[in-house]
Design a protein around this ligand. Structure first.
Ligand SMILES: *Cc1c(COP(=O)(O)O)cnc(C)c1O
Length: 256
């Protein structure tokens, strides 16, 4: 992480309408799936964006923000300390062992737990003055060799072990499936192509929903499926996502 994305006055003016249109899209996707719009929460992914933009999003009614890098998050959480009670900070990046104390102390949620040793550290380091840390287990749903996340086969035993930790509250599952189209590829705009893309985007999310239901059948009380980004949140909502993690559609493209 070299530096934050530079900011122009127009970026702040654009933010409220962008946020509004993302909310409308989510509500429409929920309606299409026969679900209530309030059943899908919007997590605004603010990585690489400045505290000013987070503040503008907060002014437009956004409360939950997602960050991927501890050092970067540290400076933003400090800069926005006066708003702390009104913000919900979600950690959605790779968890390094030596950063668990900071995460356990300063975040409200962690979406990327995929090992028991990390979960135990987070539980041990969660301050007694705070409520239990909300966690989701990350699943490597596309089975990519280099990707984080537990395999679907190992999920059940990890979930039971994490749910038993005293200072964590297991809320559900998270996944970031393998992207369908490379960012540099031209977007297909034909309606047929869009439908085809959406069908394929749905498949890993459908599998996540099945895993989620099977854990609920094992008596785990879960309420969160953290699925979907700017590229595919419609597909994720159609398949049961309860929390979409949207960055660029709200804040603009990331330069780094
Ligand atoms: C960056 C990121 C997102 C948001 O991606 P956008 O394409 O900007 O919407 C969501 N989830 C995770 C884990 C991320 O790292």
């Amino acid at each position: 992480m070299s530096s934050l994305n530079p900011i122009k006055a127009t970026d702040l003016e654009d933010l409220a309408p962008r946020l509004q249109s993302v909310r409308r899209f989510i509500a429409q996707a929920a309606a299409d799936a026969g679900r209530s719009p309030s059943s899908v929460k919007l997590l605004a992914v603010s990585k690489t964006f400045s505290p000013e933009r987070i503040q503008a999003a907060h002014a437009a009614g956004q409360r939950a923000f997602g960050e991927n890098y501890v050092q970067e998050a540290q400076s933003k959480i400090t800069a926005l300390a006066s708003l702390r009670a009104e913000l919900e900070w979600h950690f959605i990046g790779l968890i390094q062992r030596n950063k668990t104390a900071f995460i356990a102390t300063h975040f409200d949620w962690v979406h990327t737990v995929d090992r028991l040793s990390i979960a135990e550290r987070l539980s041990n380091q969660r301050p007694a003055s705070l409520p239990p840390l909300n966690v989701c287990i990350q699943v490597n749903i596309s089975r990519e060799p280099q990707k984080n996340g537990v395999t679907p086969e190992a999920l059940g035993s990890l979930a039971q072990a994490v749910a038993a930790l005293p200072r964590l509250r297991l809320r559900g599952l998270m996944a970031l499936p393998k992207p369908l189209v490379q960012k540099s590829a031209p977007l297909m705009t034909q309606p047929d192509a869009q439908n085809e893309i959406q069908e394929v985007q749905c498949l890993p999310y459908r599998e996540m929903y099945r895993l989620y239901c099977s854990l609920q059948e094992q008596a785990l009380e879960l309420d969160t499926l953290s699925l979907g980004t700017s590229a595919d949140f419609k597909a994720a909502v159609l398949e049961g996502s309860t929390m979409v993690r949207v960055g660029s559609a709200i804040f603009g493209n990331r330069a780094n």
